[in-house]
Write a protein that binds this ligand. Sequence first.
Ligand SMILES: Cc1ncc(COP(=O)(O)O)c(C=O)c1O
Length: 454
Amino acid sequence: MEQTKFVLPESELPRRWYNVRADMPNPMQPILHPGTGQPVGPDDLAPLFPMELIAQEVSDEAEIAIPEEVLELYALWRPTPLYRAHRLEQAVGTRSRIFYKYEGVSPAGSHKPNTAVAQAFYNKREGRSRLATETGAGQWGSALALACKLLGLECKVYMVRVSYDQKPFRRLLIETWGASVVASPSEDTQSGRAVLTERPDSPGSLGIAISEAVEDAAGREDTAYSLGSVLGHVLLHQTVIGQEAIKQMEQAGAFPDLVVGCFGGGSNFAGLAFPFLREKLAGRDVDFLACEPAACPTLTRGHFAYDFGDTGMLTPLVPMHTLGHDFVPAPIHAGGLRYHGAAPLVSQLVRDGLIRAEAYLQNDVFASAVQFAGSEGIVPAPESAHAVHGALQAARAADDAGVERTILFNLSGHGHFDMAAYDNYLAGKLVDLALDDAELERALRATEGLPAVA
Ligand SMILES: Cc1ncc(COP(=O)(O)O)c(C=O)c1O
């Protein structure tokens, strides 16, 4: 019998995070202060983040040691398993080998706690007692609530309105771990009230919720802001995924020629991909595919430009693929992929041709998710289902071309709190939503007049 599951002992937990900045062929462009147009410095960021995270954001060291306390918390769910999807391969009749790294075994059910515990740890060590954050699907909010609970911090979560309504159990999970949660846009902040005045029935977006959380943190000494994706330090913390996967692929006697991840802000994708990218830059042959929704096609149709990370224009200017900071994506079920921007590190690598992206419609994505669940058992989170679909598309294309590939994808979370989405899909009620050209053109105008990228 061929082996299905590749597991590592706790002693094999990675001791260092991998920092892709050290190896990138072209450096990422600096993040700018919107007032001065100059690169932001530590003092600009200090009201929002602890110094250690600011240092990680700009570090050029290839490896950064993981504190012992963080390793102890990682040991609650890491190392996570890597699977060979034998049954899926058989079901679709592909000649390719398909592997997946499963991050849904964390207490919150996704990869998000990998950075949540690290961020909570550094904030606590530097004297903060409360964190404010946004959440799209509720995965990040629950991960940070868990981390704050484990480390004894208070936590306030601004949860995008559609998810708050669609996912009451995610909200309850956040509350079970002791955090407080409000629907965003909310009455609790100026930016939330401004959106509600213009559009009382706003479904919310990550961009709006970020404005609320940033405003909350900037207004209180005891509070820092915590972001679940996009920033360099978040991607850095996620690289434990890819480092473990390299060892597990070795156990399987294989190395991928394609690494796939779904793409919201970029953290699960980068977490798996960057350690393999290090191998590529050292001469190995491997391609990378980021999978996004057609309703929010940031990498495939967005412009590479300086833009605000949030709708309220409170954040610094970030060099990234963007659809425009006031873009509100259609309420697809993959709430965690509804973000107008992208991680600047991934954006630069897309620009350099090292990473490719594709965008999919949600009915196709759910069809692949149901096929995966029927073969492998695990019900994917709607976000992760984009990676399942991307991997299956790649396997089909390889079969059509008469080649065999070794495909590895990140199954970033389970969908146990997303069954309403599956209900809609199974009942044939899911609407395919692709961004239309007129709305894209309108939304992109929001970046006009901002500094130009080099
Ligand atoms: C399970 C899961 N996967 C992926 C994402 C997308 O985020 P990122 O692109 O940062 O991995 C989310 C976001 O909420 C998520 O919950």
